[in-house]
Design a binder for this molecule. Structure first.
Ligand code: FAD
Length: 396
């Protein structure tokens, strides 16, 4: 077995989150190796590429990767009722996901990280990382390993970290599509179309939309995408699918190993978006790895990563899981009733003003300051569900 060299930190997985972790560690002066299994960037992308402007700031990327500014959304109920949420400002961006990824890899290398693609990490052995490259076995020595190897993380398995709370399946097609409003996305809540989650139509490149759905139902999911495309009368040009782990692992650190991004199941449970949260956590992981490798006597060990990322994101992710438990398993009838309650000018204004795709708690906080609205929602829920034969049930 050939020796690849000695490093302060090896990042397994050169997705967007791994690239940011490598950049962050290299900027602190660590000697970093970033190892990617595929020819990068892999295509097609298993991602819709909807992010907040805040996410681009965290990634330190400018407008060059932005395809569209999104100012609003039309949210459809199963019975066809639709709610329109519109803001004066840009609330989300549709990005060129390939360029976004490429630029992050470039920045990691400019910061000093060494990047190798078509190289699969096949095992960990104490401080050694075992790599298969061009069919040949290599090993590299390191002080810290960052697992950014996505939803099926082997690093997490090798480190015996607990599993994520839930795995969703995301299916997406690109299709020719002319939106009525190029700065709006459309979202469909319907248990028949997207059991347990939602479906979306997101305008992307000129005349093209990303149309997809996420669901907890793994079997027969491709027929769900067909159903959605038929309903919208769209023909898929290209289809891709990917797992979305939600509800973070209860531990993300183990002797010399940290996991981050989808490998840690840090995606937002309410939307499945993992880029913002993964990038925030990757910056922390990179800094902690470098401090630990370069000045172990002054570092608080890797556990500080667990503490710091949970301080920043933990509350929001827990709230997301609670919301999913509450709403994820409602029947279509119950969803229709909830939409009827939400179809109120004052409420929709509050959602438009305070809605934040990274921090859903912002709407709840805003509503808490409007006790009259809470009272209205509460009365609405009581009267609608009392008169309905289906009681509101918590998720399984
Ligand atoms: C259909 C769909 C739509 C989505 N839409 C959005 C969205 O609009 N906005 C958003 O924020 N998020 C979205 N997400 C989620 C988002 O794509 C992920 O959260 C994000 O890509 C996670 O990045 P990552 O770097 O952690 O993992 P990944 O992007 O999965 O990267 C992991 C990398 O590790 C490599 N790897 C794996 N094993 C090894 C190994 N043994 N050795 C070396 N390399 C290895 C893989 O090849 C891969 O390149 C979507 C997901 C899906 C499925």
């Amino acid at each position: 077995m050939k020796d690849f060299g000695k490093y302060d930190c090896i990042v397994v997985g050169g997705g967007p989150v791994g690239a940011v972790a490598a950049r962050s560690a290299a900027r602190q002066g660590a000697k970093v190796l970033l190892v990617e299994r595929d020819e990068t960037p892999a295509y097609p992308y298993r991602c819709t590429g909807i992010v907040s402007p805040r996410c681009l700031e965290e990634a330190e990327l400018g407008g060059g990767v932005v395809l569209r500014n999104i100012r609003g959304g039309i949210i459809h109920a199963p019975n066809g009722r639709s709610l329109r949420i519109e803001s004066k400002d840009t609330r989300a961006l549709v990005i060129d996901r390939r360029l976004f990824h490429l630029k992050l890899l470039e920045m990691a290398q400019e910061s000093g990280a060494e990047f190798i693609s078509r190289s699969r990490v096949v095992g960990l052995d104490n401080q050694w990382v075992l790599i298969k490259r061009n069919g040949l076995p290599y090993r590299a020595k390191t002080k810290v390993i960052i697992g950014a190897d996505g939803p099926k993380s082997q690093v997490a398995k090798w480190a015996k970290l607990p599993p994520p709370n839930q795995l969703l399946l995301g299916l997406q097609a690109t299709a020719r599509y002319e939106p009525k409003r190029g700065d709006f996305i459309e979202v469909y809540f319907d248990q028949y179309l997207a059991p347990g989650f939602f479906a979306w139509v997101v305008p992307a490149e000129e005349g093209i939309a990303r149309v997809g759905l996420a669901t907890y139902r793994m079997k027969g999911a491709s027929s769900l995408l067909k159903r959605l495309m038929d309903k919208l009368n769209l023909k898929p040009l290209r289809i891709n699918a990917g797992l979305i782990p939600i509800g973070p692992r209860s531990r993300t650190v183990e002797k010399g190993v940290m996991v981050v991004g989808d490998a840690a199941a840090q995606a937002k449970p309410t939307s499945g978006g993992g880029l913002y949260t993964g990038i925030v956590a990757a910056k922390i992981a990179g800094q902690v790895a470098a401090n630990h490798a370069l000045a172990p006597q002054d570092s608080n060990g890797l556990m500080i990563y667990e503490k710091r990322w949970r301080e920043k994101l933990g509350h929001e992710l827990s709230l997301g899981i609670a919301l999913r438990r509450l709403f994820g398993h409602l029947s279509n009838h119950e969803l229709n009733l909830i939409f009827a309650i939400l179809d109120n000018k004052a409420l929709l204004n509050t959602i438009s003003t305070y809605g934040d795709i990274d921090y859903p708690s912002s709407i709840i906080k805003a509503l808490l300051q409007q006790p009259k609205e809470w009272l209205r929602i509460w009365r609405g829920l009581n009267s609608k569900f009392a008169s309905s034969s289906t009681p509101l049930k918590p998720a399984a």
